[in-house]
Design a protein around this ligand. Structure first.
Ligand code: IVH
Length: 700
């Protein structure tokens, strides 16, 4: 897509424009160059996965473009990077017809199926040996996108294959789909491209974590998440989910007047290369061409081994006859092309029997139904317990005890019940009764109007107390090694531990009497408990298990206060001003710090020696770097970047994310790049070496 020379030129332009961003002035003649710079960096980030710019620097350039376009609205082009942003909500998605129906693929499951496919292909073409192109089968939501005169004009979902939903506004949120592509360079006027929208595994996990923290059931798998996201009416929300797309098929095209078919449209492999050159993410690196079916089979089997290492889900491989003339000769059925076949990987689904449903009480009193199934291996793991999240899930899936259920466990995804096979019912299945009272303390359960979760409101409910302690000592919270879930339960049952402060008042003589507790393990436990007293404030906040306060919010709160009890005086409005704190989170924090019992718990913990002060802020008061800002660039001779940054913060300084007039010191190592160039142009930034930086810390 970009030659070496073009890349170098664009990098040079980037440095120059970053300086212009500083002053905020751009001549309107330069607007197109700036757009090309932004497109280039989007390509490096979203297609090559090899960014050359920090997010902060990208934002600076993006804002400069936005500002210049605002001042010169007549210069806005439909493919400007600013035009992805959608305005307002969509009411309905209009139904649109695909230029060519979107067919499905025939499936194969083993090498015999593929040998059969090859035999049929040879018969239909009359050839002895066929050239195949093999690529991954992406597991997401299929889309069809149309470009006309180099511009993206429409994006639609598959729908029934003939007609789909026009989701153009949402498709524009996908950064790996270019808003314009120079198809005219290939003599093309219009092109319809097929592809798959995906959400990668780590973004999926992050999104699900957010849902769980909000008390909502997580989404089943990345496939459902991707196709569901395409249908969200608010494209700003779509943008947040970080969808990605692969394109793998050209279903239709027209030529510009007087142009001939380009060579890139003679075979599938060349068409994928063309798409790649045009700036799309096609399986350019993953595709392989083979003569004959044996090598195809081997590639498919080898790829299956790598399945879990990929950042996104694939459910098989697709084998396509490479030559387009041969494809035309072979034709299609009403369901699938005869020139292609999917090789499906081993299913991550299995059927099992629903033996029972247990009801667990969580840390916040939430009642979670958990399905106990006949243990069944799926994708290398034995599954016997599956969360059903809430009562609605049981109703929606129409589950009954004794049912045969279809279970799925995709990659790193938590297992879930897809459905019950109601045809297999014998009549002796039993209805699942959701309890009216807490299964542990028997108090009456409640459900708020807009919530799906039933709760036990008794904060002294033993189940909740135990879960709160387990959370408090856990790895991501106070990280008290050697405590663990089993010990919490054991100590609680024996009456040795009844609340969180109790962790710091354990009677070790009594513990010594428990079987399996030797001197060494007691010593280790004592040390771990003692060490936890000086854990940073953010960990303590997270450990308290305040509803909706995850690790990120805990960090924000810890940064904000000098002492944890300062939060008593924060109004909801004040909390709402904090980063990433919305009304729900603010309300919950406010309630927590206005509850007498919680405040006495915190005071008690402080008396027991826990750190409720913000140590970094304390240090910063007489810190050597207070009120100074730093940024590091290049490879430092002795320090790791992260070490150096921690040193700055420990001495009261602040790390900035980019060079700007706000920066006091740029610490430069070897091979420093554009940051150094930029800093040289701002008089107030002092450029120093690691040695000079370290000297600053030694000064009295
Ligand atoms: S080719 C006319 N290639 O799988 C042939 N499809 O189960 C068009 N899919 O409907 C399809 N990865 O949505 C093709 N590399 C790939 C694919 C792929 C995923 C989807 C596609 C298709 C479905 C069939």
């Amino acid at each position: 897509m970009y030659s070496r020379d073009q890349t170098l030129k664009l990098q040079k332009d980037t440095s120059a424009f970053l300086i212009k961003a500083e002053t905020g002035d751009l001549h309107k003649n330069e607007i197109n160059t700036l757009r090309n710079i932004l497109r280039f960096h989007e390509y490096r980030y979203y297609i090559l996965n090899d960014p050359l710019l920090s997010d902060y620097e990208y934002d600076l350039l993006y804002k400069l473009l936005e500002k210049t376009e605002k001042e010169n609205p007549s210069l806005i082009t439909p493919d400007s990077p600013t035009q992805r942003v959608a305005k307002g909500l969509t009411k309905e998605f209009p139904t649109v017809q695909h230029l060519v129906p979107m067919l499905s693929l025939d499936n194969s499951y083993n090498s015999e199926d593929l040998i059969d496919f090859d035999r049929r292909a040879r018969e239909l073409t009359g050839l002895i040996e066929i050239e195949y192109c093999v690529e991954p089968k992406f597991d997401g939501g299929s889309i069809s996108i149309i470009y006309e005169n180099d511009l993206l004009i429409r994006g639609a979902t598959r729908g029934d294959g003939v007609e789909g939903d026009d989701v153009t506004a949402n498709i524009k949120q996908i950064r790996s789909i270019p808003l314009s592509a120079r198809i005219s360079d290939y003599g093309l006027q219009q092109i319809e491209i097929r592809g798959e929208v995906l959400i990668n595994k780590s973004n999926f996990a992050k999104y699900n974590q957010q849902l769980i923290e909000q008390g909502l059931p997580p989404l089943a798998n990345p496939r459902n998440a991707a196709s569901g996201t395409l249908r969200i009416k608010d494209s700003a929300e779509v943008s947040k989910r970080n969808l990605e797309a692969f394109v793998y098929h050209i279903s239709y095209y027209t030529l510009l007047k007087g142009k001939k078919n380009p060579d890139t449209l003679k075979n599938h492999s060349a068409s994928l290369e063309m798409l790649w050159e045009l700036g799309f993410r096609s399986p350019q690196k993953e595709k392989r061409i083979f003569k004959g079916i044996d090598a195809v089979i081997k590639y498919c089997q080898d790829f299956e081994q790598k399945r879990d290492d990929l950042p996104y889900e694939i459910d098989g491989m697709v084998i396509k006859v490479n030559d387009f003339a041969l494809q035309d000769k072979m034709g299609m059925t009403t369901h699938h092309p005869r020139w292609a076949i999917a090789f499906k990987f081993k299913a991550r689904q299995a059927t099992s029997k629903l033996l029972n449903v247990e009801f667990q009480v969580g840390r916040t009193g939430s009642i979670t139904p958990v399905a106990k199934i006949q243990p069944v291996p799926i994708g290398g793991v034995t599954v016997s317990s599956i969360s059903l999240f809430n009562e609605d899930v049981i109703k929606e899936k129409d589950l009954m005890i004794g049912d045969t259920v279809l279970v799925e466990r995709a990659g790193d995804v938590i297992p879930y019940i897809v459905k019950s096979l109601s045809d297999a019912r014998k009549g002796n299945e039993k209805k699942i009764h959701f309890p009216k009272n807490c299964p542990v303390c028997n108090s009456k359960l409640f459900k708020e109007e807009e919530e799906a979760v039933w709760r036990c409101l008794n904060i002294d409910c033993p189940a909740q107390v135990i879960e709160r302690i387990i959370h408090f000592v856990s790895k991501d919270a106070m990280d008290i090694r050697g405590f663990g879930e089993a010990n919490v339960r054991k100590f609680y049952e024996l009456g040795l531990l009844k609340d969180i402060p109790g962790i710091y008042k354990l009677n070790f003589n009594k513990i010594g009497e428990i079987e399996g507790f030797g001197e060494k393990s007691i010593d280790n436990l004592k040390k771990a408990i003692e060490n936890s007293k000086s854990q940073p404030l953010n960990r303590l906040i997270f450990a308290l298990g305040i509803r909706f306060v995850g690790e990120t919010t805990a960090k924000t709160l810890a940064r904000t206060v000098n002492h944890l009890l300062d939060l008593k005086n924060f109004s909801v409005e004040h909390l709402l001003n904090l980063e990433d704190v919305g009304p729900k989170v603010a309300g919950s924090i406010h309630r927590f710090f206005n509850n007498k019992e919680n405040i006495s718990l915190l005071k008690h913990l402080e008396e027991l020696g826990l750190q409720l002060k913000n140590e970094k802020k304390e240090l910063a008061k007489d810190g050597k770097l207070t009120n100074l800002t730093f940024l590091f660039t290049g490879t430092l001779p002795t320090l790791k970047r992260s070490e150096a940054e921690t040193m700055v913060e420990d001495h009261g300084g602040q790390i900035l994310s980019g060079v700007s007039a706000k920066l006091n010191y740029l610490v430069v190592g070897e091979d420093a790049g554009s940051k150094l160039e930029k800093a040289k142009k701002i008089n107030t930034v002092k450029i120093i070496s690691e040695e000079e930086f370290l000297k600053m810390l030694q000064k009295k």
